[in-house]
Design a protein around this ligand. Sequence first.
Ligand code: TYD
Ligand code: MG
Length: 443
Amino acid sequence: MFSCANCGYQSVKWLGKCPLCGAWESFSEQKETRATEGQITKERQPPRLLKDIGKEEFKRVATGIDEFDRILGGGVVRGEMILIGGEPGVGKSTLLLEVASRLSQKEKTLYVSAEESSQQISLRAKRLKTDFDNLYILGEDDLQEVYNYIKEEGFKFMVIDSIQVVQCPIADGSKGTIGQIRGCADYLTQIAKSLGVVIFVVGHVTKEGALAGPKLLEHIVDCVLYFEGEIVTSYRILKATKNRFGATGDIAVFEMTSEGLREIKKINDVFLPHKNKPVSGSSVVCVIEGLRPILIELQSLVSRASFGVVRRRSLGFDFNRFSLLVAIIEKRLRLSLSSEDVFLNVAGGLRINDTAADLGAVVAIVSSFKEKDIPAGLIFIGEVGLSGELRRVNNINLRLKSVERAGFNRCIIPEGNLKEVDKDVKIKVEGFGALKEIIDEIF
Ligand code: TYD
Ligand code: MG
């Protein structure tokens, strides 16, 4: 069998280009013969009535890191396998070391580090200042050995750091190949289900998402957490994209400090440095990332291009959306940006996807272009359509409540949302139908 190293597509003959993902020269041969030794013996489990399956099999164990528990749906469940994906250096090992130290105070916990030496882990644990007196550590890349230790010592929680550097007896090929990663995941699932161990698995994703790994594993594991954030800033965002024992969609924010990760419970305090003085080129918007409304500052800089080519850059804001908004400004507001460099930045290093930030982005760009201040204490909510109209957004009351709580007193929203606004919203809410009217109003 030949399989694509990029997406795992299988073919009986070698192919130059993968028909599924389009990667070139990504096929390599994989032998399907599987060794029988090292197989995990499973107990026979005859069919049972669903109603007889008791609650005791579904007990959650909280790690004690509140934000982490919340994302998991209240804690970990026996026999659960959790994948933590993220770019190298984002802080996966740091987070899991913290989690493992907390769990080790409840039951026997093993941290398997195939990537770093035990000394390195020890140094890090000291830096984190956590209580790791009961945490076991193992520098081993052979999962069969790991399995033996778990059976002998009766570990109940385990961390595998990372799946790309371990190997198992049930698959061929060297570490990090598709076959080996899939084999390891199968093997670990069997360990988790047969011994009731909770397993956290680290998986690296590269910037291009090219490397085999997490994508392939998502089907196998019970829960997929992504840990992301610009490495240059200290904020990290954790979100669940799949969760068999809880909800997905919500996010948790952590800050990387010199003593490890710190939970951030009031996210609005972090991303919003000032609200009382008017600034040009900087607007405040309310976006919903996951299930939570976040107030965030958008900053824009428009300056005359010094070379023939103009520069357009956006950081933390979808580039296509940004280009669209620049085009709308030119056409619908009749402002000529054709010889201007335009930059847009989301303060704090967060990446936002909510289209409700459109209006704020347009206002920030226009403000910087005209060099006029945006009134202080004003929030912008609204999606901008191609004809320069303001389109309605979802969850308007949730957003307004959060604006109110953050101490802002005025909010501009789409006209279409106006009639849904709750009576008990105390801030001044103004509805507009077109972009032009808003720009005339505030500048
Ligand atoms: P790490 O957990 O090793 O990342 P990953 O396992 O995802 O590759 O953490 C990497 C970065 O975190 C590293 O560049 C240094 C930084 N860091 C801190 O800033 N403070 C700390 O206390 C620790 C342990 C790490
Ligand atoms: Mg690591």
